[in-house]
Design a protein around this ligand. Structure first.
Ligand SMILES: Nc1ncnc2c1ncn2[C@@H]1O[C@H](COP(=O)(O)OP(=O)(O)OP(=O)(O)O)[C@@H](O)[C@H]1O
Ligand SMILES: [Mg+2]
Length: 272
């Protein structure tokens, strides 16, 4: 396995996938890792968090996939030395025909990433749209480690099975799938209901919980100033949370890779 593909996914929308993908990308690149972030969401919003020139991300994945531009022209410089492949700004008809192309060729993303010939050890982060879609199918078929984002609310708790079913269908049966980690976002210790739901999630997700991201105004403020939280507010609670989630992701991947190299230890792995 030369690269590790890490999709950030959720059943529900607006729970912080793009924010988490962007800040994981920055935190991993700051640790000296080679990182390619790919925006697999037609919103094309990852650029606003990490691209060095967000206004220069109108072309990307869709145009390259349909042969209109070479892949090399789609990669943009992003924060902390990471690279970004934007989705591109496409109209409804091109988006629908791209989605039909993805539906006809379920392994397209995994095969395309193999052909990129990325440097050994590259971490490929994928931002995805919410819920079941051709994008999520493609992301999970290419995935080595999935990051699921949930809010500490009843809606997130109730819809968790949607992504879990898809992980069970497209990712976990593969021998090269290393596991799943969960991030609970917008945790607010001052709110009783939020605390109660968080406790239920903690019980349900242990030992796959990577960590929490507290509700923190630094997160939307960083987005408004088009920077990752680590750069906008390095001393904030959110920056500290991203840092510890990043460490846990790296630990989980490393542990699972070692277990895969020594199959007899496999039974000691947490649930996949
Ligand atoms: N921990 C947090 N504290 C405060 N605001 C947050 C936090 N996490 C995310 N947000 C805000 O919530 C909003 C939604 O976040 P984001 O766009 O990352 O979600 P998403 O899951 O990618 O949404 P979509 O499903 O539409 O792609 C943004 O305005 C973001 O700034
Ligand atoms: Mg998003």
């Amino acid at each position: 396995m030369t690269m590790v593909v890490i999709p950030v996914i959720s059943s529900k929308g607006g729970v912080g996938k793009t924010t988490i993908a962007a800040n994981l990308c920055t935190a991993l690149a700051q640790r000296g890792r080679q990182v390619l972030a790919i925006d697999l969401d037609p919103q094309n919003a990852l650029r606003f968090h990490i691209a060095n020139e967000p206004q220069d991300c109108d072309s990307g994945l869709v145009e390259a996939a349909t042969g209109l531009i070479p892949w090399a022209h789609t990669i943009r410089p992003a924060s902390a030395g990471a690279m970004l492949l934007p989705f591109g700004d496409v109209d409804d008809e091109r988006q629908i025909s791209f989605e039909q192309q993805l539906a006809r060729h379920p392994g397209w993303l995994a095969e395309t990433l193999q052909r990129f010939g990325l440097p050994e050890g590259t971490l490929v982060l994928l931002d995805t749209p919410p819920g079941a879609s051709v994008y999520l199918q493609q992301a999970l078929r290419a995935a080595h480690f999935g990051v699921v984002t949930v809010l500490a609310d009843a809606g997130s708790f109730a819809t968790l099975p949607i992504v879990e079913r898809m992980i069970g269908k497209y990712a976990s049966p593969r021998a090269d799938y290393l596991g799943t980690g969960y991030v609970v976002n917008q945790v607010d210790p001052g709110k009783r209901l939020n605390n109660d739901v968080f406790e239920m999630l903690r019980q349900r997700l242990r030992p796959e919980l990577l960590g929490v991201l507290h509700l923190d105004q630094a997160v939307p403020e960083a987005l408004a100033s088009a920077s990752p939280v680590q750069r906008y507010a390095p001393m904030s609670q959110a920056a500290e949370d991203f840092s510890s989630c990043t460490e846990r992701v790296l630990e989980r991947i490393e542990t699972a890779r070692q277990a895969a190299a020594f199959p007899s230890l496999r039974t000691m792995e947490p649930n996949r």
